[in-house]
Design a protein around this ligand. Structure first.
Ligand code: 0SG
Length: 209
């Protein structure tokens, strides 16, 4: 849990604008989240996530003043890229990144809500599947969906996952879940705000990979 709590997302201000720099700082620790699920098998997912973050950061670094908020960044690319937008640059990278973040959000929320397989309460398949169904499934074709189903069986036990999130320390499950609850407050608000930008700007694309 230390992993998440040490790198909290910023509380949004009243206008719900997401500032690019703090957002990038906070998401840069999230690839480690997939190490807690399984460092080897989930390495390709981590690579994909790091690729998204690197791409957004590369665009931001070209003009931090102009791209102070994520909305400004999307608006600038929309203006610059014409008909290719939104399937370009940081707009495309953030479109996929937000889906991975939504997966993490729904998965963790389901854990703290106590959703479980009553006959195997230490498994997390119910929680992981919920995250996947809500955030990603519709964007994956048959092959990737089968990969997901297979990968589900490599997911760790909840107790091992919570221990990994706590950087190897033995912590009580309820204590850990309480910290996740706190982490989710700002995390969820940031993700919801990013989804709202895509919806307002009609920037989301519905194709499958
Ligand atoms: C979901 C399957 C999990 C299986 C894990 C084990 C085996 C791994 C096998 C590899 C499959 C990994 C899944 C990756 C899928 C990616 O194809 C998609 C789409 O990726 C985007 O594609 C890129 O992220 C974009 O990068 S960008 O920064 O340059 O813009 C871009 O390349 C885009 C293509 O765009 S196009 O040119 O077509 O317009 N990525 C995802 O779906 C995110 C994956 C998150 C998975 C999270 C959770 C699963 C957890 C499982 C736990 C049991």
């Amino acid at each position: 849990m230390a992993l998440l709590m040490e790198h909290q997302f910023r509380q949004l201000s009243a206008d719900r604008q997401v500032e690019t720099r703090p957002f990038l700082d906070a998401v840069s620790y999230l690839p480690l989240f997939f190490d807690c699920l399984g460092p080897t098998i989930f390495a390709p997912i981590k690579v994909d996530l790091i690729g998204n973050i690197t791409k957004i950061k590369a665009v931001y670094d070209t003009n931090p003043g102009r791209y102070k908020t994520l909305q400004q960044l999307l608006e600038a690319e929309k203006e610059m890229c014409g008909s290719e937008w939104p399937r370009v640059g940081a707009t495309l990278a953030l479109m996929w990144l937000k889906r991975s973040l939504k997966f993490i959000q729904i998965f963790l929320q389901s854990l703290v809500d106590g959703e479980k397989d009553q006959s195997n309460p230490n498994l997390m398949r119910v929680n992981i599947t919920k995250g996947y169904d809500v955030a990603l499934k519709r964007y994956h074709g048959w092959f990737v969906q089968q990969l997901f189903k297979a990968a589900l069986y490599a997911a760790p036990y909840k107790s091992d996952f919570l221990k990994a999130l706590s950087k190897g320390r033995d912590v009580k499950e309820e204590e850990c879940l309480e910290k996740i609850r706190k982490f989710l407050i700002n995390f969820s608000a940031n993700i919801d705000a990013v989804y709202d930008i895509y919806s307002r700007m009609n920037a989301d694309l519905d194709y499958k990979v």
